[in-house]
Design a protein around this ligand. Structure first.
Ligand code: GLV
Ligand code: MG
Length: 338
């Protein structure tokens, strides 16, 4: 087996560099908690969030009014300066590439607090060219400001063209951290007929297959986002980066939020956005493995110490492949416990 090349970040940060040696970032990122940095009251409570959430993200893009964009940018810089974030990740969502605020968002924030910033979330990414642009801009700014830890890029998958190019986006740069589904913008871009932010739709159903004249037929709702989440997870995993579900906009329906997050978790996502404090615990619960599942996974690992062969546990066949499945769950449980 050939040894993995060492991961020397700055040497590998060139456009089009192949990414097969990349390893999944190890930090636990079950929820990316959004805050509006122009809101002073919210800013004053950031200290309480550190340690409570896995990632804190200062949002500069959609939902921040045009006349508050600069205040939001200044507020983010002030918040970043005012705190030590410890194990909590510090991210920002900048405005999209063709918005008038994008360039100042990146240059001012990286210049002021680039050494504290872990990840820039880039909205409305349509192809690898968008990542290349930000990649080179970050390389210049990091060199100019003597930033020692490379700032990573997280793309939002929220246009039809972005979904078409998802694999090229995932592999566009060694700086790629991961990707989130953006169901609101994506719905608009695709011409979907919904006004919801994520979640289901009562009309997106399959009727029970039986003759129409033989009584009431059950209607089964389908997941509007299954196709995109599955496609995103494959692209991300193939390139060694992380996949996330994005926002769930109905703050009055926690069970539906939990169900949507859980589908994403089961399909391979590692986290989701929390747009409201009530979604923090939902994400924490969903994206941490279930205790019973962990206990069963541990039994599998114990029954096949070298990861090979075939054994029966509780009537279920286990082999090399289920050993790998079990390892995914036990590794996550270890990470959560650490
Ligand atoms: C998020 O940005 C979305 O558009 O859903
Ligand atoms: Mg969006």
């Amino acid at each position: 087996m050939s040894a993995k090349p060492p991961r020397k970040f700055f040497e590998s940060l060139s456009i089009g560099a192949p990414a097969p040696f990349r390893e999944l970032p190890v930090a636990l990122e079950r929820m990316i908690h959004f805050f509006p940095p122009h809101n002073e009251k919210v800013r004053n409570r950031i200290g309480e969030m550190i340690g409570r959430v896995d990632v804190l993200l200062g949002n500069l893009e959609d939902a921040i009014p045009a006349d508050a964009k600069e205040e939001a940018r200044r507020g983010f810089i002030a918040a970043a300066r005012a705190h030590e974030f410890g194990g909590t990740g510090l991210w920002t969502r900048v405005n999209c590439l063709n918005a008038p605020w994008f360039l100042d968002d990146v240059t001012e924030i990286v210049g002021a607090v680039g050494n504290k910033l872990d990840v820039i979330m880039l909205p409305k990414v349509e192809g690898p060219w968008d990542i290349h642009y930000l990649d080179q801009l970050l390389a210049q700014l990091e060199a100019r400001h003597g930033i020692t830890k490379p700032i990573l890029i997280h793309a939002i998958l929220e246009t039809a063209l972005g979904v078409t190019n998802v694999e090229a986006i995932a592999g566009a740069s060694p700086r790629m951290h991961g990707m989130s589904l953006g169901p609101a913008d994506l719905a608009a871009s695709r011409g979907m007929k919904t006004t919801r932010v994520g979640g289901g739709h009562p009309s997106y159903v399959v009727l029970e297959d039986m003759p129409p004249d033989q009584g009431t037929r059950h209607a089964f709702q389908q997941d509007l986002w299954h196709y995109t989440v599955a496609k995103m997870v494959d692209a991300c995993r193939a390139h060694g980066i992380k996949a996330f579900y994005g926002p769930f906009g109905d703050f009055s329906d926690d069970p539906a939020c939990e169900a949507q997050f859980r589908n994403a978790f089961l399909l391979g996502c590692v986290g989701a956005w929390s747009l409201h404090p009530r979604q923090i615990d939902i994400a924490k619960r969903v994206f941490s493995p279930d205790a019973e599942e962990v206990a069963f996974a541990r039994k599998i690992l114990a029954a096949m110490p070298d990861g090979s062969g075939a054994v029966m546990i509780d009537g279920k066949m286990q082999d090399d492949a289920t050993w790998k499945q079990a390892k995914v769950i036990v590794d996550l449980a270890r990470q959560v416990a650490a």
